[in-house]
Design a protein around this ligand. Structure first.
Ligand code: AMP
Length: 202
């Protein structure tokens, strides 16, 4: 079982979304704090990053953020995060690395292209065996149904490793999601676990 201290939360920077997503983000932030885990996120003052930070801080939890310099300069940093918990990076690969390395687990709230990219990266690196951490997506209002279908179809068609669906949890139930993260027993996946026969150059 992975010892969880920090959980990286990925999620939308957009606030132009249905309030049910904001409520779910706040509730997730509160629940992470209630488990005594430190939340790590992208530090935005908008959308679901903001909601998750608000929930975590309101519940008395610790929130650390890794934000791009340019976002901070433009006023997008959440103002409730203590200065010593704000880690500033000057480029996106550095920022994603900071979010990736800090977390003992990854949780995706609904989001857009940035969130997809972040989740696909941690999923892809899991398949390559670069980490063995749990990856969970909170399926608010069926948001992750299409991605789950795509991933399962990709396994069925041989594009993703057989059995890789053990590496993620997609559920609308926040407690089920956090229990899954807490009890996660990683299976072995690594370079070559999905590629099949290698060509014989005899
Ligand atoms: P998206 O899912 O496309 O809304 O993107 C979420 C990710 O986009 C975040 O983790 C950030 O990398 C980035 N992002 C976009 N806009 C902002 C912003 N105004 N403040 C902070 N992060 C942002």
């Amino acid at each position: 079982m992975t010892e969880i201290q920090r959980v990286t939360v990925y999620g939308s920077a957009s606030s132009r979304i249905d309030p049910i997503f904001i409520e779910a983000g706040e509730a997730l932030g509160e629940a992470i704090a209630a488990r005594g885990w430190i939340q790590v996120n992208g530090g935005g003052r908008t959308g679901l990053m903001c909601a998750a930070s608000d929930g975590g801080l309101r519940a008395g939890g610790e929130v650390e953020v890794v934000i791009l310099e340019i976002f901070k300069e433009r006023g997008f940093l959440h103002q409730g995060i203590p200065a010593d918990k704000v880690f500033v990076e000057d480029n996106m690969p550095g920022r994603k690395k900071g979010l990736y390395e800090r977390g003992d687990a990854y949780i995706g709230l609904p989001g857009g292209l940035g969130t997809y990219e972040e989740l696909m990266e941690v999923l892809s690196w899991r398949q390559l065996g670069f980490h063995r951490k749990p990856i969970a997506m909170l399926n608010v209002d069926g948001f992750y149904d299409p991605l789950e279908s795509l991933l399962l179809d990709s396994i069925r068609r041989g594009f993703v490793a057989e059995g890789f669906d053990s590496c993620w949890c997609i559920t609308p139930d926040q407690n089920e999601l956090l229990d899954w993260v807490a009890g996660y027993e990683p299976e072995d996946f690594g370079i070559g676990s999905k590629v099949g026969e290698t060509r014989d150059f005899g």
